[in-house]
Design a protein around this ligand. Structure first.
Ligand SMILES: Nc1nc2c(ncn2[C@@H]2O[C@H](COP(=O)(O)OP(=O)(O)O)[C@@H](O)[C@H]2O)c(=O)[nH]1
Ligand SMILES: [Mg+2]
Length: 661
């Protein structure tokens, strides 16, 4: 049983690479079996690519000074022998920070986005694509000291007038006043930091999101409504020396308790700084009792199961790791947290990947197997024919050639008769594409963006978005209707095909309209949340609201763009196996014809032919086995072995067993 991050992330990395190798083997298999085609190969290549790009992300959330950054240091960076990320007492002004390893650029760096970009309408995700607008600080990873210095830039602050701070979306009551000069406040210099760092865990696909507390959460809706729901685990930090304060409650209620897509992510409440309850004069038992009491109080306040409140001391955990002090490490409980977090992270990720990427690959394998099975059946029939030939049988061979000729004519007739249904489906797919690519949509998007720029009031912005969503939902309703029709057509095409050609086919996969509807609803719900929830914490509403909404419009546009891709993909998935079946079927008839012709001209004998057919049958059987093994490998190469799933005493908050409130 593995306990630490390193082993679990390592496992994730191996798992990804194993799956990637299985897909490579399948691509070779397709070539070997004459089932290769550009479409399928390109799709498999894309699946491999997206697998490599998969990250495991943990978000650390909570009020300032709860020890989020210290916990990250303690969990991931202890081997550097010092604090790598700046963690300080007081109201630290560190901006949201993402740590990962940039495999594309393959080098360490620190990129900082100036706070003034908040005045811009460009969204954070758009800024990500524009590295030249970020300030880059070199990261000398060979020296822990140099690195600590460089990373300290993340906490830089600057003095601005209260007015300016408000413009930038800060609530001045939540900022540190500058002592000497009236009406001047300190604000963070940077809006967002991205650190590419060659740590082994990050290199293997771990991504960490460190957030700075209520103030930044309130003024960066994109962070709370978009980035956070995308992570695989959220760690909500509390501190044992303060207990659950009013602002802790605000973070919990506003940003975490009702987070979108909560069921797909692990949610953990961590009670940090338990060392403040340690007391040299008290017995271990007494201290444990005090911690237990604190856990119960916390659970009651957050209205969660006490088993979901994990006590740690990030600071002592870090010290213990640096000094290799085992008793202190045990006392800090950091390893328990590590185990629960990393196991849960893998579970969530595996579930997600299995339902998407792995399922698609498995379907492709099964479709190819089906074709091979049909080929096998045809070959068997030919074998029976050949077996019926004995002695002098020139007349019999001529008859068989005639049969073969008839089979070819029959085949061509059936191919023609299946064409209209195939074309009908293709036409229907075009209709689907036109629904989402419609002019109505682009006009709607343009108008909305225009209105967003011109609107003078926040109320106006919300009204415009409401209208936009109504229009989008109308398009989606039409799409659902057309998709239903398309699915019916696909089913009847498959039925006709398998009846006409006497072949078995897998059920055609229905067009994933339910999934698309859910995705769109998530985008819309995110935006509607802004209305009810985050909105009230804004000081300078319009800029942030405008920025967020234009981000939503972009999301909707991207959603439709992806839907179009998905449609093309889907329709290829439906048509491809049929075309392959036809090709193989035709090929088999022609090859058999050649055989018979050779027999007639006595260029070969029956024994030799039968032998050849037998060898072919054997080859097909062994290739069938290989494909089955590949499918089996995808099925059984589990990221998490069943017995390793979260121990009984710890139930992730997001599981079904969460206590109903
Ligand atoms: N006693 C104690 N102090 C801690 C612990 N973790 C963090 N701190 C201190 O709390 C302060 C804030 O920590 P920091 O990581 O910057 O908090 P953040 O704002 O949540 O990221 C720093 O002075 C840390 O040294 C802990 O486990 N025990
Ligand atoms: Mg911090």
């Amino acid at each position: 049983m593995t306990h630490n991050f390193s082993e679990n992330i390592d496992q994730f990395s191996h798992w990804k690479s194993d799956i990637g190798k299985t897909i490579s083997k399948f691509r070779l298999w397709l070539r070997r079996n004459d089932l290769f085609n550009e479409d399928i190969d390109a799709r498999l290549f894309k699946l491999q690519d997206s697998l490599r790009e998969e990250y495991l992300t943990i978000g650390f959330v909570g009020e300032f000074s709860r020890g989020k950054t210290e916990l990250i240091n303690s969990l991931f960076f202890a081997e550097y022998g010092q604090r790598i990320l700046p963690s300080e007492a007081g109201r630290t002004t560190m901006c949201p920070t993402e740590l990962f390893y940039d495999k594309k650029e393959n080098r360490p760096y620190l990129r900082l986005l100036p706070i003034e970009t908040r005045l811009d309408h460009t969204t954070l995700s758009e800024f990500r694509e524009m590295p030249n607008l970020w300030t880059e600080v070199p990261l000398m990873t060979s020296s822990a000291h140099e690195m600590t210095l460089a990373l300290h830039t993340i906490t830089q602050t600057k003095k601005v007038s209260v007015e300016e701070a408000k413009m930038l979306g800060f609530d001045p009551t939540m900022l540190e006043r500058n002592g000497d000069i009236e009406d001047m406040v300190d604000i963070p210099t940077w809006r967002h930091a991205i650190v590419s760092f060659p740590h082994p865990l990050l290199k293997q696909g771990l991504r960490i999101l460190d957030t700075p507390g209520l103030n930044a959460l309130g003024s960066e809706p994109e962070l709370t409504l978009k980035l956070l729901p995308q992570v695989q685990a959220i760690v909500f930090l509390l501190s044992a020396d303060t207990g659950v304060t009013a602002s802790d409650m605000a973070v919990w209620e506003d940003y975490i308790q009702n987070i979108e897509g909560k069921n797909d992510l692990g949610l953990f409440a961590v009670l940090n700084k338990i060392d403040t309850l340690w007391d040299e004069l008290s017995s271990r038992k007494k201290i444990d009792k005090a911690i237990k009491k604190m856990i119960n109080t916390t659970a009651r306040q957050l209205q969660i199961d006490p088993r979901n409140v994990l006590p740690v001391s990030a600071q002592k955990g870090l010290v213990a790791k640096v000094r290799k002090d085992k008793p202190l490490l045990v006392k800090s409980h950091i390893e328990e947290l590590e185990h629960v977090l990393s196991t849960n992270l893998l579970e969530n990720k595996e579930r997600l990947l299995t339902s998407s990427l792995l399922d698609e690959t498995k379907t492709l394998i099964h479709q190819s197997l089906q074709i091979l099975n049909n080929k096998h059946d045809q070959l068997r029939a030919q074998e029976t024919e050949l077996n019926s030939l004995t002695g002098d049988n020139k007349t019999k061979i001529s008859e068989l050639i005639e049969d073969n000729q008839n089979a070819l004519i029959e085949f061509q007739k059936k191919s023609l008769s299946v064409k209209p249904s195939q074309r009908l489906l293709e036409r229907q797919t075009k209709i689907l594409l036109s629904v989402v690519g419609s002019d109505a949509l682009s006009t709607e998007v343009e108008n909305t963006l225009d209105e967003l720029v011109n609107s003078r009031t926040t109320i106006g912005l919300f009204r415009q978005m409401k209208l936009f969503f109504i229009a989008i939902r109308t398009i989606m309703t039409e799409l659902s209707r057309e998709a239903e029709l398309t699915n019916k057509m696909a089913v009847s095409l498959y039925k006709k095909f398998s009846r006409d050609f006497g072949v078995e086919l897998l059920e055609p996969k229905p067009f994933p309209i339910v999934k698309l509807n859910r995705e769109l609803n998530e985008i819309i719900k995110r935006s509607e949340k802004l209305d009810k929830n985050v909105f009230i914490t804004f000081i300078e509403h319009s800029v942030a609201v405008k920025r967020f909404f234009s981000g939503t419009v972009t999301d909707v546009m991207n959603f439709f763009k992806n839907s179009r891709k998905e449609m093309i993909n889907w329709s290829q998935n439906i048509i491809n196996p049929l075309n392959q079946q036809l090709r193989i079927h035709h090929h088999m008839i022609m090859a058999h014809r050649e055989e018979l012709e050779e027999l007639r001209k006595s260029e070969s004998n029956i024994i030799g032919k039968l032998k050849a057919v037998n060898t072919l049958l054997g080859d097909i059987e062994s290739e069938r086995q290989k494909a089955l093994e590949l499918s089996h490998a995808l099925e059984h190469n589990r990221l998490i072995e069943q017995e390793r799933i979260t121990p009984d005493n710890i139930v992730p908050l997001s599981s079904a067993s969460r206590r109903k409130i």
